[in-house]
Design a protein around this ligand. Sequence first.
Ligand code: NAP
Length: 291
Amino acid sequence: MIFKNQLTDYKFYILLFLIPLLICGISYGLIFIFFFISRRFSPALLTQNVEGKKILVTGASSGLGKSTAKILAQHGANVILVARGKDSDANGKSRLDYAVEEIKACARDPENQIIEGFKLDLKDREKIFLDIPSLLTKYNGIDWVILSHGFSSPGEIFNQSIQDAEATIAGKETIMENLINSNLLGSIRITESLFSACQKLKIDFPERIIYVASVLANVTFTGYIGYCASKFGLRGFVDGLRNELISSKTKVHLYLPGNMDTPMFENENKIKPACTFEIEGASVALPPDEC
Ligand SMILES: NC(=O)c1ccc[n+]([C@@H]2O[C@H](COP(=O)([O-])OP(=O)(O)OC[C@H]3O[C@@H](n4cnc5c(N)ncnc54)[C@H](OP(=O)(O)O)[C@@H]3O)[C@@H](O)[C@H]2O)c1
């Protein structure tokens, strides 16, 4: 009887040692899997192996697009910066011109890297379908495309519907049309013009296309109905595109950032409805360089 009790105690102490060991093993395993997955999808990977790549970045005159273009140029990529390039200042320069100068100044090898601006309004259908083939011919194809253009105009539907009714009667573009036209159709047009031109010119499709949507492509938010519609639509388009290209060499990505400290965010804060501020609370906007 005494012997049996001693044996039970012996097993108990082994279990006491083995169970924590097992828990530690499982925890380390999970940490390793999480680390492996997060490394695979880390945004920092975007800067690896970009040297010499020809990368077209839309929305590159400001905010996230400009920061992305800068980081890519610092890592040796050739960057073609796309924006409207309107509103020149007293020196006759637009913010796209200034962005090109700034990015050239910090490129790894400015003498040999292509850092050029390309003026294109993504609402201008005809110009997109005419200009993209010339651009592909000029650079003999594009390796990556990053679509970071965008616009937001927060407001409640009660007010915006009145403004939109007046705009429609005056024959002007409404707020809702502007949002869909810039954020959703702008991205669709670029994609279609690239694919049609690549086929016509017998040039390889881009290796990667990265679409910038927003967390508001997943959840709706008071004050952002039109913006959400444009970004939900973009998510649908990108998911569909990814399915169609699953067996091709082109990788399709969708980026869903939260608040970023950019001119767009600054402008939003000037016109956001009070209830949007209330729901949002003390939210943090990250610098675009860190996104
Ligand atoms: N900031 C945020 O908190 C936030 C959060 C989530 C998602 N996002 C998304 O992130 C992306 C970048 O936003 P951001 O904050 O960096 O904005 P931003 O600083 O205002 O920059 C927007 C860029 O888009 C370009 N653009 C706008 N309309 C255009 C058009 N019709 N044709 C060509 N270019 C056009 C602008 O160029 P020009 O005006 O010089 O032509 C500018 O370069 C957008 O897709 C936005 O929806 C932003």
